[in-house]
Every structure is written in C-alpha cells, then in structure tokens.
Design a binder for this molecule. Structure first.
Ligand SMILES: O=C([O-])CC(=O)C(=O)O
Ligand SMILES: [Mg+2]
Length: 387
C-alpha cells in the first residue's frame, strides 16, 4: 500500500462580495488529490481535499515542498503499525520535516489541504464515513445530526437593505435558524440600520450573528460592542486583529453576550494563546478554528487537547469554512456545529446531494470518506483532477 502521487490544481472561487477586510474578486482555492494504489469496490482510492475560502490556493508551497516530502518518503514509513492503512500523523510529520516552529504563515493552509485528502483516503480505505472512524478512534458515539448556520450578509455593490432581507429570508426558507451577516465595512450607523433590518426580517424565527472580520481597533471594537448590546445577537465575531489577544480580552469587559473568533489562528499554539490571553469565556463564547486552514485534522486534534486542558468543551467549537471535513469532525468528535454558505463558494462548500437543513440541523449520510462522492458537482471536478 502506498501513495502514488499528490496532485494539486488552483481553482477560482471568485465572487463580487466583500467583508470588512477583503473582497473575493480574485479568490482561489487549491484542490488536492492523494492518489493511492489501493482498490476498493473496483475503484482506485483517491483522497481529496481543498482549502477554505479567505486564504488563496497554495499550489506553490504544495508543489515546491510538501508534495515531494510525501512522494519521496519510504512508503512503509507512512503506514500505521499494522500496515493496513495510511497513518495521517506520520504523513503529517513527514510534511513538516525541516519546518521551524512559529510564524505559521500560509504553509498551514497547504498542509491542511493535503491532510484533508489524506483523511478522506484513510476513511475510504476503511470503507467508513470519516465521522464514524473518528468517533471509533476516540471511543465516542458519533452523532450524525449537526447544527449548521447560514453565513452571508456580505457587502455587495448595489445591495440595499431589502436585498439583505431577501437573502436572509432565503436562508430561513431553506431551514436555517441562525444566520450571519458582515459588519465593519460601513459606518456604524449604517451597520446598525442593516442589523435592525435583518432582525425585523427574521423576527423570532432565527438568531443573528455578526462578523467584523478582524477590522476594528480597540476604540471601534468597544463602540460597536456598546451598539450591539442593544440587540439579542447569537455572537459578535472576529472583532479585532486575530492575534491581538489583549484587544479581545478588553472587549469582553464591554460585551457580556457571546463572542466568536479563531478562523485566522492556524496552530494549536495560537489557539492556546487565545485561551490564555484572549479573555474568552468557556461558558458562552465560540471557537472557529478551521482545520483546512490550520494544518489539518492532525493539528486540530492537538487543538482539541489544548481546549480540554483549559476546561473548554469541544461543543464550543463551530468551525469556519463550510466544508464537509468540519461536518465530519463535528459529527465524530462532538463539536457544536459547522458554518455553511448556502449561496457561496460552490461546488466546494455545502452538503451531499439530498441533504436538507431542518430546524438548523443536517443529518450526515453514510458515505465512505468525507462524503465528497455524494455531492455530484464537487466529485465531478475532483475526478477531473485525478481519475
Ligand atoms: O468573509 C470571510 O472571510 C469568511 C468569514 O469570515 C466567515 O465565514 O466567518
Ligand atoms: Mg468570520
């Protein structure tokens, strides 16, 4: 059993939207295939992965460094003790050979993308959905029912409050009961008006989360906190710079309701610093680390260990990114749910065909691997890459 090749292609996931920090007019993602010589059900096992939106494709790093460390390794060193499957931890260690600690940059995205493909292959070789494999690995009961919320509410040229309301109404019609919108990309009075418009639209049918995408300095963060306190929000997300833990802690003194952050923290060490210094509260706040941006599930397991050491339940995690990898981690390891972008970043995000949102939850189908084979538009582009 061996990995025959690791292939990458950088694909556009552009759209005309913007948040408080970036627009997505040139956004790309890496699609990766880990090709094995294993055959299951008459078909060669290929694991697939891709990176989440917000960081760009990582073809350079993958092709120049990480691919070769896998393909040039002695194949036996990448297997589990029994030689019956690939070992994601050993493959991860090979990829990270001769990489210094700290300064995580975007190599964490390159490694996270390959790691997703490795886990997909591992679960396919086992013939099981990844979430069931993860639950078994940790001696837990899998829970295929996962909370999901609808992320959107972007700034968009010509988008007025009625278009924003219509967008949110569309999410409610599709079964969501928590929706998210962007703030911080307009003056505070305008954001207040947008928030009120959405709250009026969703009424008691849903809750609203707001996301500042790391835009605010401390003064603005506090001004918004005071404004947002007037409304019953689900959370106040990524308030200031992701690495400014003191700002996060200071805002917590002005904002009792839930806060969320972590999508731009890319390692268990950074996650630990957030819990040490960020003033985050284990009884109400949410952590959004996204394995596809942060060295993959091998690293995410370390992050979950850090959480445990600091007295945080995995149920406080609702990852960023809207991909099926985090759905599997949620169902297998007891996270609190997952993000979803009903209208964006297709075909990569979303659920297998036929999976419907009901009362803000989906039920994971039993598909071997991460479940990409169940999403016809996605598996089509994946197979174009490697089969
Ligand atoms: O707009 C983005 O970069 C995505 C984001 O923050 C989120 O999904 O929470
Ligand atoms: Mg966000």
């Amino acid at each position: 059993m061996r990995i025959v090749d690791v292939v990458e292609i950088t694909k556009p996931i552009a759209s005309p939207i913007r948040n408080a920090y970036i627009d997505f007019s040139k956004m790309t993602a890496s699609l990766v295939a880990v090709v094995t010589d294993v055959v299951r059900d008459g078909r060669r096992v290929v694991g697939y992965g891709f990176n989440s939106n917000g960081r760009y494709g990582q073809g350079g790093l993958i092709r120049e460094r990480f691919r070769d460390r896998i393909t040039e390794a002695d194949p036996a060193t990448l297997l589990n003790d029994e030689g019956t499957n690939l070992d994601p931890h050993r493959i991860w260690a090979k990829m990270m050979m001769n990489e210094k600690p700290g300064g995580h940059g975007e190599r964490s995205v390159a490694v996270g993308t390959i790691d997703m493909a490795v886990w997909d292959a591992v679960a396919k070789i086992e013939g099981k959905p990844l979430f069931r494999l993860l639950a078994e690995m940790k001696g837990r009961e899998a829970n295929p029912k996962v909370f999901v919320y609808a992320a959107g509410g972007y700034y968009y040229p010509g988008k007025d409050d009625s278009a924003l309301r219509k967008e949110m109404r569309g999410y409610l019609d599709r079964g969501y009961n928590v929706v998210k919108m962007k703030i911080g990309g307009a003056p505070i009075d305008e954001d207040r008006r947008r928030i009120e418009a959405v709250l009026e639209e969703i009424g008691s049918q849903a809750r609203l989360a707001v996301d500042a995408n790391g835009r605010f300095d401390l003064e603005t963060a506090i001004a918004y906190a005071k404004m947002l306190r007037d409304y019953p929000l689900f959370w106040y997300e990524e308030i200031g710079d992701p690495l400014d833990y003191a700002l996060q802690a200071a805002v917590s003194e002005f904002y009792d309701a839930p806060m969320a952050t972590g999508e731009n923290l890319f390692s268990h060490q950074d996650a630990r610093n957030l819990l040490r210094y960020g003033g985050m509260r284990a009884d109400r706040d949410y952590l959004q680390f996204d394995c596809a941006l942060s060295y993959g599930l091998v690293e995410y397991l370390r992050t979950l260990d850090v959480l445990r050491q600091f007295g945080w339940s995995p149920s406080r995690c609702i990852p960023h990114g809207g991909h099926q990898m985090s759905l599997n981690i949620a169902a297998g390891l007891g996270l609190g749910g997952n993000e979803s972008y009903p209208d964006l970043f297709q075909p990569y995000g979303g659920f297998p065909d036929g999976v419907k949102v009901q009362d803000g939850h989906i039920v994971m189908p039993d598909i071997p691997g991460i479940g990409f084979e169940g999403k016809s538009d996605l598996i089509k582009v994946m197979r174009e890459l490697a089969e």
